[in-house]
Design a protein around this ligand. Structure first.
Ligand SMILES: [Zn+2]
Length: 330
């Protein structure tokens, strides 16, 4: 049967479109920046990107079997109405799925990015060999996901695992969630930049001072990685602290759900070489189940790169379509 699924993945600044014939291999992948302004404009972007995806792969609208959308926001899984997202306030109260479903005449699902990434890893990544794993989305924030005995964990009230907001520090360090000292606030891209900014403001001798043009407000997380690459002591110290905090979080995850693997995805996953060893060592040192050899767990970087969101979105809508077909047969 000729047919295809379209996946759309909205990140903080980029949107990705992809097409699959139902397998975890993509026939098409497009990434580009997107402006955030209104729900109408978001819909127009989705229509334009979807139509372009079809045109460039030789498919047409009636070939689409379903469309999956990955959003950086809490979304009603049944209606597609966006509740809340740190950069998606302009979408609150709007259904992203209904107009798209009406336009293309197919099932459309929307899911929060952390759960979507978990579906992606389950389908095309670590889930191929692992029935029990945790996931950390490490980028502008620190999100979390869980697969327990082959089942992606989606919680009631459209929620999802949130151990990225575990408190790990007594520092007065506000998190976007409204709490203080969350691991999310301390280790995300913004958190890493803040560690760098504070080091410059406090007069530490560091390469960051030059990299930011002597303006501490301009320190970014890539600058901190760059400083560490050049063996800057402050850059290395910041990444080491971040790795220790991540390692402690991973120890708590192992104590709670005993995953076989913890996979790191997201924009900073490609920087994992800097922190993986320390994360794994800290996790082992802080988890008696590991240091007594009663369970095994390893923290690894995802191999799916930028495609994890679209793969997850396609996997999720494909499952929805299959379930509907099963119900029709019954
Ligand atoms: Zn938080």
């Amino acid at each position: 049967m000729r047919g295809c699924f379209v996946g759309v993945d909205f990140g903080k600044t980029n949107v990705r479109f992809a097409l699959s014939e139902g397998q975890p291999e993509l026939k098409y992948f497009l990434k580009r920046p997107y402006p955030r302004s209104s729900s109408d404009q978001m819909l127009r972007q989705i229509y334009e990107g979807t139509d372009r995806t079809l045109a460039e792969t030789g498919y047409n609208r009636r070939d689409i079997l379903g469309i999956g959308i990955d959003v950086p926001a809490v979304v009603n899984r049944r209606t597609g109405v966006i509740y809340w997202g740190p950069d998606w306030d302009f979408m609150a109260g709007s259904s992203l799925t209904r107009p798209i479903s009406e336009r293309y005449g197919v099932p459309v699902v929307a899911e929060v990015d952390t759960v979507t990434a978990t579906w992606g890893e389950q389908w095309a990544g670590v889930g191929k060999t692992c029935r029990r794993f945790a996931l950390l989305t490490w980028g502008t924030g620190l999100g979390a996901g869980l697969v327990i005995d082959g089942k992606v964990q989606e919680y009631p009230n459209h929620l999802f695992p949130e151990f990225g907001h575990s408190r790990v520090s007594d520092d007065d360090w506000p998190c976007m969630c409204g709490a203080n000292g969350c691991v999310n606030a301390m280790v995300s891209g913004g958190g890493i930049a803040k560690h760098g900014r504070l080091a410059v403001e406090n007069g530490r001798q560091t390469l960051l001072r030059e990299l930011c043009g002597r303006d501490p407000g301009k320190v970014t997380s890539p600058m901190v990685f760059k400083a560490a690459e050049r063996k800057d002591a402050v850059g290395i110290e910041i990444l080491n602290r971040v790795a220790v905090l991540l390692g402690r979080l991973c120890a708590n995850v192992v104590l709670t759900v005993q995953p076989e693997k913890i996979v790191i995805v997201g924009g900073l996953a490609e920087r994992c070489d800097w922190v993986l060893e320390t994360i794994n060592q800290t996790m082992r040192d802080n988890c008696w189940l590991l240091f007594k050899g009663l369970t095994q767990c390893e923290v690894i970087a995802s191999g799916l790169g930028d495609t994890v969101g679209v793969l997850g979105a396609i996997c999720k809508v494909r499952r929805t379509v299959e379930k509907r077909k099963e119900r029709e047969v019954i």
